[in-house]
Design a protein around this ligand. Sequence first.
Ligand code: KIV
Length: 303
Amino acid sequence: MTTGSSTARMRPMSAPDITARKRALRDGDGAPLVMVTAYDAPSARVVDAAGADMILVGDSLAMVVLGYDDTLQVTTDDMVHHVGAVARVRPRPLIVGDLPWLSYHVSREETVRNAAALVRAGAGAVKLEGGRKRLDAVGAILDAEIPVMGHLGLTPQSIHALGGFRVQGKQLDSARRIVDDAVALAEAGCFAVVLECVPDGVARMVTDAIAIPTIGIGAGRHCDGQVLVYHDILGLEDRNLPKFVRRYADLRGIATAAVGQFVEDVRSGTFPSSEETYHMTDQMGEAFDLYSEPSAVAVPPAG
Ligand code: KIV
């Protein structure tokens, strides 16, 4: 691709590119897909430089960035704000914008407008939670030419209905429901589906049953790809992590130590040093009489 600059940029990944990877995986060709969440320009730059295939601007934004206890608090406007920040980096991975709770539950028209808002902010696809119940929303968004990623298993926007953050599909009927929902989403035209917190056997049945990639989180290794939350990978949070998270760094510890050292340096007078300071010329110092004895500044009496 010609950019007009000396650095040629690679073409960004598209939803069809992601679906095509399933065919390659089935032929025993290619590596599993990788999706990582990001919510702003710095995290998007890191995920892009690390070589992920997709950036999910997830509604986990609510919990890991905005300090809420669940994902139900974020709005389409919040998501647009953060998708925009990620998109301005112009990353190579496909940007998937999460449709927040209630943005696709009210009417087809509202659903399409909300999905379009994420696309106008820079997303190349949107994600929504739920199976057959959401086929109308999926169809409406696809009719507007916007690729849709599904999300089954533990769907955090349903925590009140599910009774909490729990592994799903542990019983025969719920496992069957997840497989049937996945088949329905794939037949409706979704380009990929996230499987969250389901037993590995259920993930395997889904992966075998559908022609689009399954992206697992807490769903074991029989998926076509994996996703984790950026803050969990980096150890930026001190919340209790579910067992499926592998933490690759302790950035919270590193950041706390670094900021703590700054606090210490300011208090002990070792920051800023002479090298970290802009100095006035001697000539100007003399003109302002800065080097003579301190002048008697009138200090108002205490009290
Ligand atoms: O919002 C999010 O981060 C997600 C992932 C957990 C898949 O939906």
